[in-house]
Design a protein around this ligand. Structure first.
Ligand code: ADP
Length: 450
């Protein structure tokens, strides 16, 4: 298979820059696409070439498949890296790339299809012998059927959008009393977020941990896992802090979950980087939640403790290279990532877009800042307000926490409000420091952390 010489990065912000950095390291040319709101964005300046693809709303720019493919052809790119979000999990885009003779740096469309809808993924996993969170494997037709099923598996239950993502279209239901309104709001949120109002039911697991396994496969079926990430520090079902190793995993549980994650990936003929997400209950039983068929936001913590460059591995796998290793490397030390957002924790985490007047980002030993912004840039209000990802490494968890706090205190961001103080508070909280914090942690400690 020919080597990739030019990559179009179909994304913006920190992830576009992160992908371009590896391309440059590998001697691969880069092409950026941007919307009218991103004319002066950092990813545009980072790329060798840049093309305007449309007006600010992503539906009219970053999500327009034909336009992105047109730019790929025009610029002579031989591959497209989708980053995360936008077109990264769109099987029809993968097929369109194939048809256009452009390499999509990611899994095949069929693997994406198999893991795309949560209900389909659950059915496929059950078939493969992977334990899933108890619940239905089909969207539920009527509210009567839904009520009946909920009573059968027992409250509390979780209504979830089959096409879900980003914590949207999800409602915890305590009992029949609040069932109808939860059903209606889950369905309407699913419709407005995903254009698909299909909803299914899962048993609500009390105080679980979100532990996910990074998997990686080449085109020849060689599949390995690269250990776990603990992502239980969540707000509105979205990750805020991630770390590896998970403080609650024993070597035995890690090996078992890794094995099951590899089985899940193999069952759908997965290729490239992917993440199998699990919920781990209080008895340390684990259940498949979903598979993300792309590079994750939190991949840097895995890179810290394995010494691997996951984007480089994605590119090599897309070129048809064989997997360079046969088993998970033993994690070295400890890594933590925090997501820095342009948002105001004191005002219910309202996004705080606007012009950044001054910016200083942390650095120093074992600190990595993946920023998508610079001083003078106006954070647009059209996209996800994450402006930076801070990740750090330490020989021990304690050292990593101290370093993350030190690095957070080095940020200077003038002009917009950020969640930096809030993140510092999380890292200092006894429950976080103790290590056994579950997905209810940030919600339970909400007022204390503000
Ligand atoms: P999304 O794709 O929208 O991110 P996920 O299915 O990955 O949704 O779930 C996101 C988070 O929501 C999980 O990490 C967990 O905290 C919570 N969650 C999801 N399903 C359940 C469940 N059945 N029981 C308890 N918590 C759940």
């Amino acid at each position: 298979m020919p080597k990739i010489r030019k990559v179009l990065v179909a994304n913006r912000g920190e992830i576009a820059i992160r992908v371009m950095r590896t391309c440059k390291d590998l001697g691969i040319a880069t092409v950026a696409v941007y919307s009218e709101a991103d004319r002066s964005a950092l990813h545009v300046r980072t790329a060798d070439q840049a093309y305007l693809v449309g007006p600010p709303p992503s539906r009219e720019s970053y999500l327009v498949q034909e336009r992105i493919l047109e730019v790929a052809k025009q610029s002579g790119a031989d591959a497209i890296h989708p980053g995360y979000g936008f077109l990264s999990e769109n099987a029809s885009f993968v097929r369109a790339c194939e048809k256009a003779g452009i390499t999509f740096i990611g899994p095949p469309a069929a693997a994406m299809d198999a893991m795309g809808e949560k209900t389909r993924a659950r059915a496929n996993m059950i078939k493969a012998g992977v334990p899933v969170v108890p619940g239905t494997t089909e969207p539920i037709g009527t509210i009567e059927e839904a009520r009946e099923y909920a009573q059968k598996i027992g409250f509390p239950i979780m209504l979830k959008a089959a096409g879900g993502g980003g914590g949207k279209g999800m409602r915890r239901v305590e009992g029949l009393g609040d069932f109808d309104s939860a059903w209606r709001s889950a369905k309407s949120e699913a419709m407005s977020s995903f254009g698909n109002d299909a909803v299914y039911i899962e048993k609500y697991l009390e105080k679980p941990h979100h532990v996910e396994i990074q998997v990686f496969a080449d085109q020849y079926g060689n599949t390995i896992h690269l250990n776990e990430r603990e992502c239980s520090a969540q707000r509105r079902h979205q990750k805020v802090v991630e770390e590896t190793p998970s403080p609650i995993l024993t070597p035995e549980l890690r090996a078992k979950m890794g094995e099951v994650a590899v089985k899940a990936a193999k069952a759908v003929n997965y290729v490239g980087a992917g993440t199998v997400e699990f919920l781990v209950d209080v008895h340390r039983n684990f259940y498949f939640l979903e598979m993300n068929t792309r590079l994750q936001v939190e991949h840097p913590v895995t890179e810290w403790v394995t010494g691997l460059d996951l984007v480089a591995m994605q590119i090599r796998a897309a070129e048809g290279e064989k997997l360079p290793l046969f088993e998970a490397p033993t994690p070295r030390g400890h890594a933590i990532e925090v997501r820095v957002y342009a948002e105001d924790p004191a005002r219910n985490f309202m996004p705080s877009p606007g012009k950044i007047h001054a910016l200083r980002v942390p650095s120093g030993p074992n600190v990595r800042d993946d920023s998508g912004v610079f001083a003078g840039f106006t954070v647009p209000n059209y996209y996800d307000p994450m402006i930076s990802k801070l990740s750090v490494w330490g020989a021990t968890r304690e050292e990593a926490i101290a370093r993350a706090k030190r690095a957070l205190s080095e940020y200077v961001v003038k002009g917009i409000t950020t969640n930096i103080r809030y993140l510092h508070g999380i890292l200092s909280h006894p429950e976080f420091v103790g290590g056994d914090y579950d997905t209810s942690f940030l919600t339970r400690q909400h007022t204390e952390l503000l």
